[in-house]
Design a protein around this ligand. Structure first.
Ligand code: HEM
Length: 144
């Protein structure tokens, strides 16, 4: 019962995080012309990234509980290199997000969005497929 609760928290959080990142990437791509870079756009990005950050924290809290406290023994995950790869990619995902989130949530950007921001946003998208794929393998004992 408790495990199911944290599992749901983890999966819903991951879903919210992925949705937020996809929306932020699409929204970033639609700000090509000056008229589209309305001063209020940053408020939208603030809301999107706040929602994404909350979902990420819920997902991470759920994941840590599944790893260390409830469900299968911690050794099932701690000794699995596929799980280590998943955690490593989660860290890469978070690192890749910081600069675009910081840039787009500032209230005073009127210049074109730097290519780095768009590149980093897009580079996070494949991770949203690879991380759940690794999680699927870990849950089925691959690598243990
Ligand atoms: C601190 C970060 C994270 C930790 C510690 C963590 C840990 C875990 C653990 C322990 C499980 C249970 C596996 C099992 O059923 O045996 C799990 C499942 C899962 N995780 Fe994570 N996770 C994290 C982040 C993420 C992220 C960011 C995503 C997606 C983008 C994700 C996607 C999934 C999915 C889809 C499953 C279900 C796999 C299945 O049952 O087929 N996780 N995670």
């Amino acid at each position: 019962m408790v495990e199911a609760l944290f599992r749901a928290l983890h999966l819903l959080g991951a879903l919210g995080m992925a949705t937020g990142l996809i929306i932020a990437t699409l929204a970033g791509g639609s700000l090509a012309t000056e008229s589209e870079r309305h001063p209020l756009a940053y408020q939208t990005f603030r809301k999107i990234y706040a929602y994404t950050a909350l979902s990420t924290m819920l997902s991470m809290a759920g994941g840590l509980m599944l790893w260390l406290v409830v469900g299968k023994p911690a050794a099932f995950y701690s000794n699995n290199p596929v799980f280590h790869a998943k955690l490593g990619l989660v860290i890469v995902l978070l690192a890749v997000l910081i600069y675009p989130a910081w840039f787009l949530c500032r209230s005073h950007w009127q210049n074109p969005i730097p290519p780095t921001v768009r590149r980093l946003q897009k580079s996070a998208l494949p991770l949203l497929i690879i991380i759940p794929a690794l999680a699927y393998l870990v849950a089925r004992g691959v690598g243990y």
